[in-house]
Structure formats: C-alpha cells, structure tokens
Design a protein around this ligand. Structure first.
Ligand SMILES: Cc1cc2nc3c(=O)[nH]c(=O)nc-3n(C[C@H](O)[C@H](O)[C@H](O)COP(=O)(O)OP(=O)(O)OC[C@H]3O[C@@H](n4cnc5c(N)ncnc54)[C@H](O)[C@@H]3O)c2cc1C
Length: 416
C-alpha cells in the first residue's frame, strides 16, 4: 500500500497533521493503536502558561521570543505560531468544532476540580473568563447525579464559595441513570452521556432540574452531554432557560471523545485512510530513509510512503518507553533525550516540575527525527513525543501538538 504520507498515531498531533495534509492534497494513511490523550482532555488547548524558569505568561505570543531551541516553539518561530493561531480555529470549524481564544492573551477555564487554569483555546460549549477572580454570577446551582464519583461537587462548591459565588448543590435522581449504578464501573461520564443522546431523557432531566433553578444565575453541571455530536448539549442549553456552565469531569472526557471522533471523521471525509486498532511495530530503513513500515494487523504487508510522521505521543501512549535505566523509542529506535542518571528523572515534590516530562525524541530544527545522531530524511516527529518542552509545567501540551503538526504538514506541502 503506497501513500504520500503515513502518520503513526491518531491523537491530536496526528489528526491535525493529517487533516492539514489532506486539505493540501496529500494522500495520507494514519495508523493508530487506540485511545489518545484527547480522551482525557479538559476541553481546552494550552499554548503557554509558564516559561521554563517558572515565570507566569499572560501573553503567549509575546513570550515566545524568550524560548530557545530545542523548545518546539523556538523551532517553529513566533511568526508561524501567530499564523497558526489564526488558521487553526478555522480548520477546527471545518471539522465542526468551535473554539474560543487567542494566542495574544491567555484566558481562564475551569478544571474538573473547580479551580481555574490559564489556557489558549477552549471548546465553545464551556464558559471562559478573562480574570480568574471575577465570576459573572452571585448564585449558582451545582448539579450532580447520585453515585457519579468523577465530579467532585464538594471541591467545586468550595472554589465557587471562595470566589464569592453562593453555590447550592442539587442531586438529580433519574431512573435511566440509576440503572447505571447497579454496576459501579458503569457509572462513568461516557455511559451517562449515552443515556442523554435521547431528547426524551433530557426532557426528564429538565423536569427534575428546573424547580431547583429559580433564583440561580447559572447552572453548573458535569460535561456529560453529546458523546458523538454536540446536539444533546445544544438542546439542553436551549431548553434550560438559564446559562449553563458545563465543567469537565475526571476522565474519560465526553467533549474530548467527541473531539477525537469529529477530527477522525473529518480526516476520513477528506479522503484520509484511518487504520484504528492497528500498531506500527517496525520499519525498513536504508541510507537514512524510511522505506516501509509494518503493522500488527498487516503483518508482512509493507506500508510505504514518501514521508512518515511519528505522532505516537509520550510515555502515556507508549510513544517513548522507560526502562529502569534508559528511555527508548520503540519503532525506529530514534535518539531520545533523557538523563542517564535516573535519580534526576523526577523530583520527590510532586508539585515541582518533573524532569521526565521533558524527555522525548530528538530532532533537527525542522523536526526531522535523529537516529544515532544522523537525520532520517523522510521521518518527522510531531506532538508530545518531542523532547524540549514540559507540557505540564509550562502548560503547553495542546499547543506543542497543534503547532508542530501544522508546521511539519506545511513544510511537506511546500516541498511538494
Ligand atoms: C492524561 C492527559 C491529559 C491531557 N490533557 C490536556 C488538556 O486538557 N489540554 C492540553 O492542552 N493538553 C493536555 N495534555 C497534553 C497532551 O499531551 C496534548 O494535548 C496532546 O493531546 C498530545 O497529543 P499527541 O497526538 O502528541 O499524543 P497522544 O494523544 O498520546 O496520541 C498518540 C497516539 O498514538 C498512538 N500510538 C502510539 N504508539 C503507536 C504505534 N506504535 N502505532 C500506532 N499508533 C500508536 C496512541 O494509541 C495514541 O492514539 C494531556 C496529556 C495527558 C497525558
């Protein structure tokens, strides 16, 4: 099977790269083992919340000039990042995903614990704020379902009270959700969302909920609406008669799963070939060029392309793997940045920046992968598999995935 580009990994980075390439006329195949970090997404993409030295960032674009290579943003360049900041939300709109925000200035978005985090782009269905301390409400109703433990109402209520908002907790009991409680493992956000795919069930929810909403300025609820389309959430918003503030739950993330499905569908709609549930195991490399890759399901069948993109994620998705004394990249045996002294991988203070988060594959400034110090001419790496950044400490995970994916896709399209 021969393609222009084969993308390994169908998370945020792989999908964004694949969509950009398909839109530009490349014929792509994407091979993806399974779930990605999108299934755990808070519903927003972070660009840059803190510099590596700990300085807080309010204006990401301005702060880019203070980053140095090998940070992926330094390699991409602030001008390109400014352009992608304009183009990416448009691309997402074409996939049916609406986003709010700008790289000029971070905004604030609720975390599942009810605290605020700085971020770049947030799904339109969530409420965003310019200032964390100024909420536009005096009274809110905080809704949950009995037995749903992935939404911590106590913590959330405390955070609202701290911000001067009076918060009335309400438990809504509905027979179709009670059914899920018979097995504790079933009482998860994705299963609740499936029950609300029926408009009739949303009507039942509204009947139970509305009598509690009288004085409230807004209704705060777990984001458990619309697993495969935003329609159930839109219907609830229309019918509620009060502003709705959905809050991301603990994983799995319903908006994240929906986003993954919408992006995948869009990629396929554009003509891309998506091989879900397959894993790239090995590759043929000759003269520093990838000649073919092999997958678990296709056994000895060679998948070949002019270009290959590695978008297999970090430790979480096994894009890189830690042994007791080393870290390796399992498909191509690429050069990986890590510290040979394992005691330096982590800090005992769990809130301190963790060094292992900066480990990842090493590339040239144009994101060509390195193997034994030599660049592979037709293999680029994008997303969280890259070294040179700390997604958690710097608040830059989504941004690095999106920016590197767009940048590499554009460089391949320009070459063409
Ligand atoms: C739990 C979690 C939550 C996060 N939440 C946020 C957030 O809310 N906002 C934010 O900005 N950032 C967040 N991040 C940071 C996150 O890393 C990025 O936002 C981004 O989603 C990473 O995308 P990726 O495509 O690089 O990797 P991943 O999402 O990890 O995707 C990699 C994909 O590659 C596949 N794969 C791996 N190996 C192979 C193989 N050999 N063959 C085929 N397929 C393979 C995996 O199955 C997976 O689907 C989060 C990270 C984690 C770990």
């Amino acid at each position: 099977m021969k393609f222009d580009t084969i993308i390994i990994g169908g998370g945020l980075a792989g999908l964004v790269c694949g969509i950009r390439l398909q839109e530009g006329g490349h014929k792509c195949a994407m091979v993806s083992t399974g779930q990605s970090a999108l299934h755990f997404s808070s519903g927003s993409f972070d660009l840059l919340a803190t510099l590596p030295d700990g300085t807080p960032v309010e204006h990401p674009l301005e702060a880019m000039s203070r980053l140095e290579s090998p940070h992926p943003y330094a390699r991409i360049g602030a001008d390109n990042i400014a352009r992608y900041d304009r183009e990416f939300p448009e691309m997402m709109k074409r996939a049916g995903i609406g986003l709010t925000g700008s790289a000029t200035r971070n905004h604030y978005h609720f975390t599942p614990m009810g605290t605020m985090k700085k971020t770049w782009l947030t799904l339109d269905e969530f409420v965003t704020f310019d200032e964390p301390s100024r909420l536009p409400w005096h009274r809110v109703v905080l809704v949950n379902f009995p037995g749903f433990l992935d939404f911590y109402t106590k913590f959330i209520a405390d955070e609202f009270e701290k911000a001067g908002v009076s918060c009335t907790p309400v438990q809504v009991t509905l027979p179709f959700i009670e059914k899920l409680r018979s097995n504790p493992t079933e009482m998860r956000s994705a299963n609740i969302a499936r029950t609300f795919d029926s408009t009739g069930h949303i009507d039942e929810l509204l009947r139970e909920l509305k009598p509690h909403c009288g004085e409230a300025d807004a209704v705060v609820m777990p984001a458990v609406f619309g697993l495969s389309s935003p329609a159930p959430l839109e219907y609830l918003k229309e019918q509620l008669g009060k502003p709705l503030c959905p809050l991301a739950t603990m994983p799995p993330s319903v908006p994240g799963i929906r986003m993954q499905q919408q992006l995948t569908k869009h990629f396929v709609h554009l003509g891309g070939t998506f091989m879900l549930g397959d894993t790239v195991d090995r590759a043929d490399i000759e003269n520093n060029e990838v000649k073919a890759v092999y997958t678990t399901n296709h056994a000895d069948i060679r998948l070949t392309a002019d270009h290959y993109i590695l978008a297999t994620g970090s430790f979480f998705s096994r894009g890189i793997i830690a042994r007791p004394d080393s870290v390796y990249e399992p498909i191509f045996d690429l050069d990986v940045f890590y510290d040979t002294d394992r005691s330096k991988w982590y800090d005992a203070d769990v809130f301190a920046p963790q060094r292992y988060m900066t480990f990842g594959v090493m590339t040239t400034d144009s994101f060509r992968a390195l193997r034994k110090g030599v660049e592979l001419t037709n293999l680029h790496a994008v997303g969280s598999v890259l070294s040179g950044h700390n997604a958690l400490h710097e608040g830059c995970g989504g941004g690095v995935s999106i920016m590197s994916a767009l940048h590499v896709a554009d460089s391949l399209l320009n070459d063409k």
